[in-house]
Design a protein around this ligand. Structure first.
Ligand code: ATP
Length: 251
């Protein structure tokens, strides 16, 4: 069994079966991509990993812990960190302050600044935040205001905000969406470096250049169900995959 084991997960929205008996096994220290046409259920599945949605049936076990029924912050504290498609940053704060917030949130389960007492362990968190910023190449910008960053740099900042939590499982929702090619390639290199540190990653991505550059294994979802799971080199020519993409995105 992998570090993330998903068994018989179903999720229905009214009359729509968004996830239809999904099984998925993600090996530790690998990059596992989930691809599929629009509306296939990729984001719904990811939401079931982080406590945003509760599956109607089935189990999600991470590192031996059942995630079903846990609150998002409990899942986060278990070692699962999600990076969103659109940066969720605090525009008026500096980069350093932005990165310190998820560091405290991971430790405390929430970020509750107190007016009366200095934040416990602030120096430690500051150092961790600086380290995370350096790891994404933004150490020199740590005192800049987040709103002043380019779109590509905002995505980088979000990665630093994820890395400061030292996740065991990093969930990435279209990490290069809307990026110019140069930023995309820089992000691929950065994610490869992060993968080499042993962090397990699950990546949802439409850009096949990104998928084939990063993934050790690929699961293809179509209409809520996994139709193929294989090594990247076996995915492109697979007729089932070609069929799933007909009329939609292309490989
Ligand atoms: N909260 C919701 N309520 C009702 N229907 C939903 C909800 N969330 C998702 N859906 C529907 O479930 C299906 C799967 O959506 P989901 O966003 O998971 O697909 P996706 O594979 O991530 O698509 P995309 O690649 O376009 O982001 C879609 O038909 C979507 O409209």
């Amino acid at each position: 069994m992998g570090i993330l084991a998903v068994q018989n997960v179903n999720k229905r929205f009214g009359g729509l079966q968004a996830l239809n008996d999904v099984n998925l096994d993600v090996e530790a220290s690998t990059v596992h991509a989930i691809i599929g046409p629009n509306g296939a259920g990729k984001s719904t599945l990811l939401n079931c990993f982080v406590g945003r949605l509760i599956p109607d049936t089935g189990s999600v076990i991470f590192d031996g812990v059942s995630l079903i029924g846990l609150k998002p912050h409990q899942i986060n504290q278990a070692g699962v960190t999600r990076v969103f498609q659109t940066p969720e940053i605090f525009g008026d704060l500096t980069l350093l302050e932005n990165v310190m917030i998820p560091a405290f949130a991971k430790r405390d389960g929430a970020f509750r600044p107190s007016l009366w007492s200095p934040l416990q362990g602030e120096r430690e968190m500051r150092e961790a935040a600086e380290e995370a910023l350096v790891s994404v190449g933004m150490g020199a910008k740590r005192h800049e205001i987040a709103n002043s960053l380019s779109r590509g740099d905002k995505r980088r900042l979000e990665l630093a905000m994820a890395l400061v939590q030292k996740p065991k499982l990093l969930l990435l929702d279209e990490p290069t969406a809307g990026m110019a090619r140069a930023d995309t390639n820089a992000t691929i290199d950065l994610l490869k470096e992060i993968a080499q540190t042993g962090v397990t990653m699950v990546v949802i991505e439409h850009d096949m250049h990104v998928v084939f550059s990063l993934a050790d294994r690929i699961t293809v979802l179509a209409q809520g169900a996994p139709i193929v799971e294989d090594l990247p080199e076996n995915i492109k020519g697979n007729p089932k995959v070609q069929e799933a993409y007909l009329g939609g995105a292309h490989l």
